[in-house]
Write a protein that binds this ligand. Sequence first.
Ligand code: SF4
Length: 393
Amino acid sequence: MRHGMRDAGHGTWDVERDYAMTDMGRREVLRWGLAAGAAAPALGVLELFAQEAGRTRSEVDPKFYKQLPERRTQCFVCPLKCVLSPGQTCFCRTRNNVDGKLLSFAYNNPCILTLDPIEKLPLSHFLPGTRTLSLAAGGCNLRCQYCQNWEQSQTKPEELRTFDVDKHRAVAGAKKKECATIAYTYTEPVAFYEYMRDLSAFAKEKGLRNVCATALFIEPKPLRQICPNIDAFAVALKAFDEKFYDRVLGSQLKPVLDALVVLKEEKVWTEVVTLIVPTYNDDLDKIREQVRWHRKYLGAQTPLHFGRFVPQYKLRDLPQTPAETLERCRDIGLQEGLKHVYIFNVSPHKGNNTYCPNCKSAVIERLGFRVLETRMNAGACLACKTKLPGVWK
Ligand code: SF4
């Protein structure tokens, strides 16, 4: 058994129990990531899928990689642009140079499969109260020191216990469980881009929608290619600080900001989430800078969520984020003119609710991820008829 393996060990999917578990890390709750050697828990959704490793390998889209002399390859899916010799594995651990071809080992090969409320992505203005089939494959193109799913994100797909889930099985499973969407989440969907690309296109054809929770460290071309099939993005903008991206995430901020602007241009519904890590990215001047950038480039109507950090992985010696810190961040967002600023991972909290920007009444009341009451009609406030931005049906 791998160190850190987890097993929720529950018998069936329990909506009430799941929704009640709100005060935990976004990627921590309600998941049954299966590491090598783990016994598969008998969960409703997992029973739909073959409990064996997916063996499909998919070639990376030739538009997004190049064959170089001596059978080397260069990938252009994300800004790292890995150059690999035959036999080498890339930084995100999912793509391998096999005899001069770049192949994805994450294809049809998820290690996490679970049912979630859509609010968990987090998405608060996209089909609220609906259920999604969440899936993830091992691997990631970041190295966040506080990753909430590091057992999966920092492991190659072929070293995890996985499921063989092609697009037909995934769509049939989502429909059987009455999901409105398929969510690409938990690890980093950029690392399993080829799987997401093909599954999202097929799901769309079959009447399901697709949502993606991502750090958005991706090149503009592959991002634009997938936009027509992804109906909503929940983007983790991890800080507004290049040094933080470099030192804590092993990544870069600028390409993420550029990619957010691409989503705006492509008109895909987007919500942004920032997990506030005590002493690391809780500087309120930086938060104000981030909020001003958000308003200028994404618009005042694009929701922003400030989330509680829960000690994980290499940052276990820090406390979880105090609620007061998140409240100060939220106040800054509202002072700077953002219309929808949320508090995530703290519940109960008034920052879980959606408010009408005109009359200020709570149009969606939530307890964490659970919708308690909706006072909207066709996307408009029942009290004053103001239309709210989002996708409501
Ligand atoms: S997506 Fe993966 S293989 Fe491609 S450049 Fe980024 S880290 Fe390298």
